[in-house]
Design a binder for this molecule. Structure first.
Ligand code: TRP
Ligand code: SF4
Length: 340
């Protein structure tokens, strides 16, 4: 299978470059998280010094106003980290930590907010889009506008060289770079210019063909039982041109095929040509895919089952210490530069 990111570019002059990435705690992970991020996070661990963070303060920017949402953040954190581990994120290789455990992020956030022009934040495309899309929370808050400044603090406090992200996060990385440059211009060279490591794998659609998302209810979760997987796959949208089994198909527009292309290996090419020649029907194609997905998720689920909650808390506690050490050093440098 093709590697999404050139993982060998992580070492220069024998020194490992540093990576930071994060995710908001949304609970159980789905296949979109795996192929869009976690698979790469795992692959990057050997060649980079990796920091992987649970962005619980970022979750709060939109979920602050309902008790139930707030209560979920902590349990979702533990569930999410358990899934990260099951996907091969290894606490021996990576620093796995929770944003709110390292208060230095908030101090740097405050300092960076002093030099961040409002226009940069108000023009940010993700800000405008979310204001339009999210109607069930009042987002006219200072914290929500400042989302990218907090993200900049996350990245810069580790002086990360690289940030693996999806394209949707590019505007935030762009703002991070601009803030870093402005800070360096005012106070002297403290921060490196972080670059994005874009995940190249095509977006895996949800079972309804839209973007896979927990909030759309169209996701296949890493922990779904075999029955649930088969049921979800049987409901997937296929090529609408295939009404009769003798109609020739177009795998490139079929959600089922999108899954074949990530889990099928060599079988994917076989499916593609039999679909185009009407050699296989959609019902059979879906049955085969369910089996392939079940087999693919088996080792992951086995690892997940063995995971104990106390173990996750221990991992987060030692991640906190390791992260705080690095973050504290940067903060000291920042204060020196500010003469404060
Ligand atoms: N905003 C990111 C997301 O929603 C999560 C995040 C927070 C992040 N801080 C980060 C990602 C720093 C990369 C680097 O996916
Ligand atoms: Fe999609 Fe498979 Fe049907 Fe082709 S045969 S349209 S790939 S479900």
């Amino acid at each position: 299978m093709k590697k999404d990111i050139n993982i060998n570019s992580g070492i220069s002059n024998g020194v490992k470059k540093r990576i930071l990435s994060g995710m908001r705690p949304t609970g159980a992970m789905h296949l979109g998280h795996y192929f869009g991020a976690l698979k790469n996070w795992a692959a990057l661990q050997d060649t980079y010094e990796t920091f992987y963070m649970v962005a619980d303060w970022h979750a709060m920017t939109t979920l602050y106003d309902k008790n139930a949402d707030m209560e979920n953040i902590r349990s979702s954190t533990l569930e999410m980290v358990a899934d990260w581990l099951a996907c091969g994120i290894d606490p021996e290789k990576s620093c796995i930590f929770r944003q709110s455990d390292v208060p230095a992020h908030s101090e740097l956030f405050l300092i960076l907010s002093m030099v961040t022009p409002l226009g940069w934040l108000m023009r940010c495309p993700t800000y405008k889009e979310q204001l339009r899309e999210i109607k069930n929370h009042d987002l006219s808050t200072f914290g929500f506008l400042g989302y990218p400044v907090l993200q900049a603090a996350d990245i810069l406090i580790y002086k990360a060289d690289c940030v693996p992200i999806g394209v949707d996060q590019m505007p935030h990385l762009e703002i991070t770079r601009e803030i870093a440059r402005r800070f360096n211009h005012f106070y002297g060279n403290v921060f490196p210019d972080p670059v994005g490591l874009l995940t190249k794998s095509p977006k895996l659609p949800g079972i309804d063909g839209r973007k896979m998302s927990k909030s759309y209810g169209n996701a296949i979760n890493l922990e779904d039982s075999d029955e649930v997987i088969s049921e979800k796959v049987s409901k997937m949208i296929t090529d609408p041109a295939r009404i009769h089994p003798s109609d020739k198909g177009h795998p490139e527009i079929c959600a089922v095929y999108a899954y074949w292309s990530v889990v099928g290996g060599e079988k994917a090419d076989e499916i593609s040509s039999s679909c185009k020649n009407a050699g296989i029907g959609c019902v059979a194609c879906k049955k085969d895919l369910s089996q392939a997905l079940i087999k693919f998720l088996e080792p992951l689920k086995a690892r997940r089952e063995k995971m104990k909650l106390e173990k996750i808390s221990e991992i987060l506690a030692s991640g906190k210490n390791a992260a705080a050490r690095v973050a504290g050093r940067t903060l000291a440098e920042v204060k020196e530069a500010l003469k404060i």
